[in-house]
Write a protein that binds this ligand. Sequence first.
Ligand SMILES: CC(C)(COP(=O)(O)OP(=O)(O)OC[C@H]1O[C@@H](n2cnc3c(N)ncnc32)[C@H](O[C@H]2O[C@H](COP(=O)(O)OP(=O)(O)OP(=O)(O)O)[C@@H](O)[C@H]2O)[C@@H]1O)[C@@H](O)C(=O)NCCC(=O)NCCS
Ligand SMILES: Nc1ncnc2[nH]cnc12
Length: 296
Amino acid sequence: MYALFDTDCAAPLAIKPAIVRDMAALAHRAMLVEVYTTPKPGLVDLANNGAHRDMTVDTFERSANAIAPWLEQFTDTGIRSAHQPVDQLLSALRHPGRQCEQDMYLATAGVNTHKGMLFSMALLCAAGGRLWQQGKGLNQHSLCQTVANATEGLVERELAANTHPRTAGERFYHQYGLRGIRGEVESGFQTVRSYALPVYQQALAQDADRNSALLEVMLALLEHNDDTNLVHRGGPDGLNYVKQQAKWIRTHTTFLSVERMKALQQLDQQLISRHLSPGGSADLLAVTWLLQQLAH
Ligand SMILES: CC(C)(COP(=O)(O)OP(=O)(O)OC[C@H]1O[C@@H](n2cnc3c(N)ncnc32)[C@H](O[C@H]2O[C@H](COP(=O)(O)OP(=O)(O)OP(=O)(O)O)[C@@H](O)[C@H]2O)[C@@H]1O)[C@@H](O)C(=O)NCCC(=O)NCCS
Ligand SMILES: Nc1ncnc2[nH]cnc12
């Protein structure tokens, strides 16, 4: 009914019989794979804590472990609501989503590690559950399309029609027209499908190890993703600075080369000194890895 491929690891993914456990395990692992990918500019990883004073790899592990049980619940929500119109899915996820957010904050002593990530993962898990229950094939395209269908009109409802913007994401839509994570899910992860997945597949086809392949993805995301976290920390100039630096590295160094990895380390130091953290791109890195585990 569905196919999971661990195409970038030597060991096969432990496939459990139930879709609920499969999706949850995949999403949990995606969060850990993201934080362990090193060196990610400005972000927490195995080398340093990036532009963050309040989080470490340990904080992210605790956060991912607190979110893990909810991932099964999100998939289950997708299964149980599969007979309803797809536009009801997001509202069914909001209550468990908020409870999950609270568990995340409890595990991290109030630090926002994965708020955006859990939104993306909740939608992906629920989409997987829905497709499975409907007896439909579960692959990159069907999963992204289901997320897009479930969130159709989200930017209009929560950003455009919102006359009292409060969160950073809500304000940046009105100030700069940025659609943030809501735009990304409503487009069925367009940035991931257009830029990140092709780069990941190209790197894997050249036998790159997972870390190096994901660093290529990170660079592509830094160049193309309108990450509202960067705007939150550095204004539109902060976002443009990161995009330009990533573009420069991609233009002046070779794919998967040692110089490119060194350039990423230098960019890490630059973002740390400018207090810039591309948290939204970190989330999309995890989404990219997750989608690559599925058939195309
Ligand atoms: C729709 C929600 C995600 C809520 O959105 P909200 O309006 O509250 O927040 P936004 O500002 O829109 O951003 C949300 C997070 O999405 C990530 N993100 C931003 N841009 C993009 C993008 N272009 N593509 C993908 N993802 C994007 C990002 O999350 C990551 O960064 C966070 C860490 O950031 P950091 O700067 O370290 O921490 P802060 O505390 O923000 O700042 P400092 O004080 O440290 O400077 C971390 O969360 C990463 O995951 C954005 O932060 C959704 O949450 C929602 O609907 N909420 C309502 C409650 C609910 O229903 N929740 C459950 C839904 S299932
Ligand atoms: N590794 C990371 N560092 C900082 N913020 C993040 N948000 C999601 N992953 C992150």
